[in-house]
Design a protein around this ligand. Structure first.
Ligand code: AMP
Length: 191
């Protein structure tokens, strides 16, 4: 089963993705994690991606798509997987659809973590104060929210049109949110 998880900054995507992996027993692709690792190890990709990431902008589609295509070739993804933070643009979603169709493993569903922007901003700022994350300032959060709204939110209509979108209320404790996601997925999961 192949699933994508979509949500604005602060919606708990990473946390929920990790829980889902354990539940579904499928491998994980987090483009944010892959890009951060590339940046830290100083690869050519990391060097090219760094300036976009530091400015809270999306890394260009061609760089992200090449990275994902390489990862998807690993045999562990033959039976399924969870995409976290990818796709983030309509172009990425369409390209993913084409390559999954070619493999004969179409996407099963897109899970949206849905929450009010102001509540999420407050949540990120609280976390930044506790964890002393100086990169999460009101300005950078605003920029990331705007990128989400303009470039990623259109994916919701795209997947809705395919009958694959499931929207989950992302406010609540991680346990509460996870049980909502699990119920929605189990309902659609092949027996
Ligand atoms: P994340 O941890 O998913 O929030 O990603 C951190 C940063 O990596 C984002 O702000 C983007 O700059 C970049 N990034 C991650 N995934 C993608 C993607 N699918 N397309 C473009 N940029 C991405």
């Amino acid at each position: 089963m192949l699933i994508v998880i979509i949500g604005p900054p602060g919606s708990g995507k990473g946390t929920q993705a990790r829980r889902l992996l354990a539940h579904l027993g499928v491998p994980h692709i987090s483009t944010g994690d892959l890009l951060r690792a590339a940046k830290q190890s100083g690869t050519e990709l990391g060097r090219q991606a760094a300036k976009f990431m530091d400015e809270g902008r999306l890394v260009p589609d061609d760089l992200v798509l090449a990275m994902v295509a390489e990862k998807l070739q690993e045999p562990q993804f033959d039976k399924g997987g969870l995409f976290d933070g990818f796709p983030r643009t309509i172009y990425q979603a369409k390209t993913l659809d084409v390559s999954l169709r070619e493999r004969g493993t179409p996407l099963a569903m897109a899970v949206e973590l849905k929450a009010d922007e102001e509540e999420l901003t407050a949540r990120i700022l609280k976390r930044a104060a506790i964890e002393k994350r100086t990169d999460d300032t009101p300005e950078t959060i605003k920029q990331r929210m705007e990128v989400y709204r303009k470039q990623t939110a259109p994916l919701l209509d795209y997947y809705r049109g395919q009958g694959k979108l499931v929207s989950i209320d992302a406010l609540g404790t991680p346990d509460e949110v996870f049980s909502r996601i699990r119920a929605a997925i189990d309902k659609r999961r092949p027996a």
